[in-house]
Design a protein around this ligand. Structure first.
Ligand code: GLU
Length: 878
């Protein structure tokens, strides 16, 4: 049985002085209903505590039949008119008959003792009535204090009769006026007629509320609990029953749903030594802890009466307290001649039977309840219960929180791995509990809430955001991770920048065609103007003042070289001298200047363009454009955020998202990430929680996070409402946070569990890529390679052509000439060469490199090698 809160009703132990005078007969009326007669009432309590001069005439207990008020009043009047009359009356537990008897006693001024529950106090009206049962209003306050101290905010009240609700009136009123109260927080259900409570209990089970205040007769409690087991409301670690009946402690709960949290209230502490002594003496057949409240109260009433009479006789030993006859039909109302009634009212119980209650509620301090068990004891009891419980953890598959481990033959928890698994493993170690993972239906967060409400699970762990809406239905532990909604987007693709020939992009293909055409045309124009201009015809031998012939160096090769040199901004070692050719060249230089600077400027712009083309920097920019679509995951807290946001910007975005066709919503975050990556030209952005974005950014380098957080929230562990292990889970989470374990786990699953290179090592701190990759400039290498190949090709062709010429000149075979030339070319140490190779010498392998006296540069010049041409000419002249 669970926590037992007890308040102690003071019982009396009296001592008395023996005053032996004439024997005075005294009689007490006992009018009980049939259900009361079974209660053991021991008159010896009275007998043993009155002075010996009094002779107690043991009353025969008179039965009061219910709903016969006339008979009830007759019973009192008849007994009072006998000799001896009545000194006091013990009344029945039926309300109507009790009232009739009370007024008769009030008229006759006979003390009337009531020991059962009654809706409101009549003591003020009938001064002769003493109600030992807690006053209904007071009891209601006590219940409220207990409910407040238990911190129950959502519960079901099951009551038997309408009057029962009086006990709970303060609890209901308080809840209704509590801040944040929702009408579904307190359900009030009548037990109804009959003995089948299953339909009602099923409804309670369905409501998801697992705190039940049951106010019914103690006879029904066990049946109700048994039926609760049948409808699966029990056994359940998070279901708690609070039993209002003050006799609830007399029942044996050991066979009903062991481990269930049942709270009862007892008016006395049965474990107190003095209580046990009295109980064993007067009620030996009933274990002290099972004494019904009526028995205890009747005992108290007798003790109170005996104490008062003793004290009256102590004050005045001559007083005649014997019961005189009184008549209901008397015309004059009676007076309390003995002052017995006043005296009873003033009598203070000399001492209580118990001084070690577990929890005490005092009507003088109605808002306080004093728990006398310390926190360690309560903790230990809870721990004992938790250890026997295997916690069911509802979760969903989603990286990196929970993933399939794919271990062959794995069963139970070994089937899964991830952050959630590690987190609960650490918590379980601290709490000394066991747990088992179950996957929620359809892999939806909402269904984890459902699992907790319907008690299919004790805990919900995943990327489970603490939201206001969920907090209405379930409890959360303290947060284990903080986050906010942010935007996931792809690095914008600049058309062509990622292609190898991006260097071509600064000019359109038309411009390139014009440039090439102009290059050829300009070279031709320079050729023509140079040929026409006399200044370009020069004296080949400057020392000879009257040369026989003039020479013009501007052949097509040199013209092409001059124009190429200028557009490449490299210049040229020969320049035209004629005015016309110089004008043409100057114009070409001007053209080249503009074109190359435009190219350089454009190229630089293109390289930085990835930051400028269609780049969104924050949520406002995203909302204020319609080119880039944006979406969210269905059914998660991010969707709830947009749906219920009061912010006009987010409302607008929510409306836009809902109206998009095709839908911009995705079933999972993974699908959202895939869509961001696969949508061309970065035209899709996805709202996701920052933790998940961080995880993806580390793995998919083409992704980026846009702007700051839209909100700020946390993940927590979900629990059914009011789960009493919440405190233990909180302490465990706090410990993990303090000892750095939470950070460790995050680093493990976010940073370490990566296949390949983490993107953080590729990007600088702002997430920008630091250098251009081969993808951007590869084309330049290709052009260089192609140019070099062309150069080598020309070299080979020229070489072979030269070999052919030599063979013809030297009258040798082509093969001999080739052999000689190849051998010579391969010897890289030789830098001088015969103008006319000695093929015979070479073929007889007697080549003597030291004999080379003349240096003539010949042969192997390239198509563009002006020097070679000029020098050739000089060499020929020599
Ligand atoms: N963490 C979210 C939730 O608890 C799911 C992901 C999201 O909505 O972005 O519902």
């Amino acid at each position: 049985m669970g926590v037992v809160l007890q308040s102690v009703w003071l019982l009396l132990v009296i001592s008395y002085n023996c005053l032996c005078f004439a024997i005075e007969p005294i009689k007490i009326g006992a009018f009980f209903t049939e259900s009361q007669t079974s209660n053991s009432i021991n008159w010896n309590v009275f007998k043993d505590n009155i002075p010996p001069k009094l002779e107690f005439i043991e009353p025969e207990i008179k039965l009061v039949s219910k709903s016969d008020t006339f008979e009830a009043s007759n019973l009192v009047c008849d007994a009072a008119s006998e000799d001896p009359g009545l000194l006091a009356v013990f009344g029945p537990n039926s309300l109507i008959e009790s009232r009739i008897m009370e007024s008769a006693c009030d008229f006759l001024q006979i003390p009337y003792f009531s020991t059962h529950w009654r809706p409101m106090t009549t003591v003020d009206n009938n001064l002769a009535t003493f109600n030992l049962y807690p006053d209904a209003n007071l009891y209601s306050q006590a219940l409220l204090t207990i409910i407040k101290s238990l911190d129950w905010r959502k519960f079901v009240i099951i009551y038997e009769a309408d009057e029962n609700l009086i006990n709970l009136q303060d609890v209901i009123k308080y809840q209704e006026h509590r801040e944040g109260y929702d009408k579904n927080d307190v359900l009030i259900k009548s037990l109804g007629p009959g003995l089948d409570y299953r339909p009602l209990l099923k409804k309670v089970a369905k409501s998801g509320i697992r705190r039940i205040i049951l106010d019914c007769h103690s006879d029904k409690i066990l049946d109700i609990l048994k039926q609760a087991v049948e409808v699966k409301l029990l056994p359940d670690i998070s279901t708690s029953f609070f039993l209002v009946s003050l006799d609830a402690h007399t029942l044996d709960y050991s066979n009903v749903a062991p481990g269930t949290n049942i709270t009862t209230i007892r008016l006395f502490n049965p474990f107190d030594d003095s209580f046990q002594k009295v109980a064993e003496q007067y009620y030996p057949t009933i274990p002290p802890e099972k004494l019904p409240v009526q028995t205890v109260l009747q005992h108290d009433a007798m003790l109170l009466l005996a104490t008062t009479i003793t004290s009256l006789l102590n004050d005045d030993p001559m007083l005649d307290v014997s019961s005189e006859s009184k008549y209901c039909n008397s015309t004059e109302p009676y007076e309390d001649t003995l002052s017995l009634i006043n005296r009873i009212r003033d009598t203070v119980f000399p001492e209580g039977l118990s001084d070690k209650p577990i929890a005490v509620w005092d009507s003088d301090q109605p808002d306080e309840i004093h728990l006398t068990r310390n926190a360690t004891e309560r903790e230990a009891e809870l721990q004992k219960r938790l250890m026997n419980h295997n916690f069911i953890v509802s979760s969903k598959i989603g990286r990196p929180y929970l993933m399939l481990s794919n271990l062959p033959g794995a069963t139970g928890n070994a089937r899964y791995k991830g952050y959630s698994m590690d987190l609960i493993t650490e918590i379980a170690k601290l709490m000394n509990i066991t747990f088992e993972f179950i996957l929620t239906r359809d892999n939806l967060h909402a269904n984890i809430v459902d699992d907790l409400i319907n008690r299919r699970a004790d805990l919900g762990i995943c990327d489970f955001t603490i939201t206001h809406q969920r907090r209405e239905l379930i409890d959360f532990s303290m947060p284990f991770m903080s986050l906010g909604i942010s935007i996931l987007h792809k690095e914008p693709e600049v058309e062509g920048l990622n292609n190898m020939y991006a260097f071509m992009d600064p000019f359109s293909w038309k411009v390139w065609v014009y440039i090439v055409t102009l290059y050829l045309v300009l070279s031709l124009i320079i050729l023509i103007t140079a040929r026409l201009d006399p200044d370009d015809w020069e004296n080949p031998h400057p020392c000879n003042q009257s040369p026989e012939e003039l020479e013009n160096i501007w052949n097509i090769k040199n013209c092409l070289w001059l124009t190429l040199g200028s557009i490449m901004t490299q210049g040229c070692d020969i320049l035209p001298k004629g005015i016309s050719s110089r004008i043409a060249t100057a114009m070409w230089w001007f053209f080249s200047l503009i074109m190359t600077s435009s190219y350089t400027a454009n190229m630089a712009a293109f390289l930085t363009m990835q930051k400028e083309v269609d780049v969104i920097n924050n949520v406002e920019e995203l909302a204020n454009q319609n080119k880039i679509k944006y979406g969210i995951m269905k059914g998660g807290s991010t969707q709830e955020f947009f749906r219920y946001s009061n912010n006009s910007l987010y409302q607008k975005m929510w409306a836009v998202m809902r109206n998009e066709n095709p839908s911009v919503f995705e079933d999972t975050n993974d699908k959202g990430v895939e869509r961001v990556i696969s949508t061309k030209h970065s035209l899709y952005a996805f709202f996701m929680e920052s933790t998940q974005i961080e995880y993806e950014l580390e793995r998919k380098c083409q992704l980026r996070k846009v702007g700051s957080w839209l909100d700020s929230k946390s993940y927590g562990i979900g629990m059914p409402f009011g789960a009493d292990y919440r405190h233990a889970i909180n302490s465990a989470v706090l410990k993990l946070q303090e000892n750095g374990k939470l950070n460790e786990l995050k680093a493990k699953w976010w940073k370490e569990d990566i296949e390949g290179t983490p993107c953080s090592s590729i990007f600088d701190e702002e997430g920008n890529q630091e250098e251009l990759t081969l993808a951007h400039v590869g084309g330049v290498f290709v052009v260089l390679g192609a140019g070099l190949c062309l150069a080598i090709l020309f070299a080979i062709v020229e070489f072979l052509w030269n070999v052919h010429n030599i063979a013809v000149e030297e009258h040798s075979t082509y093969f001999e000439a080739l052999k000689c030339e190849v051998k010579f070319a391969c010897n890289i140490w030789i830098t001088h060469k015969h103008a006319k190779p000695d093929i015979s010498e070479s073929s007889s392998k007697k080549s003597n490199e030291n004999n080379i006296n003349r240096t003539i540069i010949a042969g192997a010049g390239s198509f563009l090698n002006v020097n070679a041409t000029v020098l050739n000419r000089i060499s020929n002249d020599n």
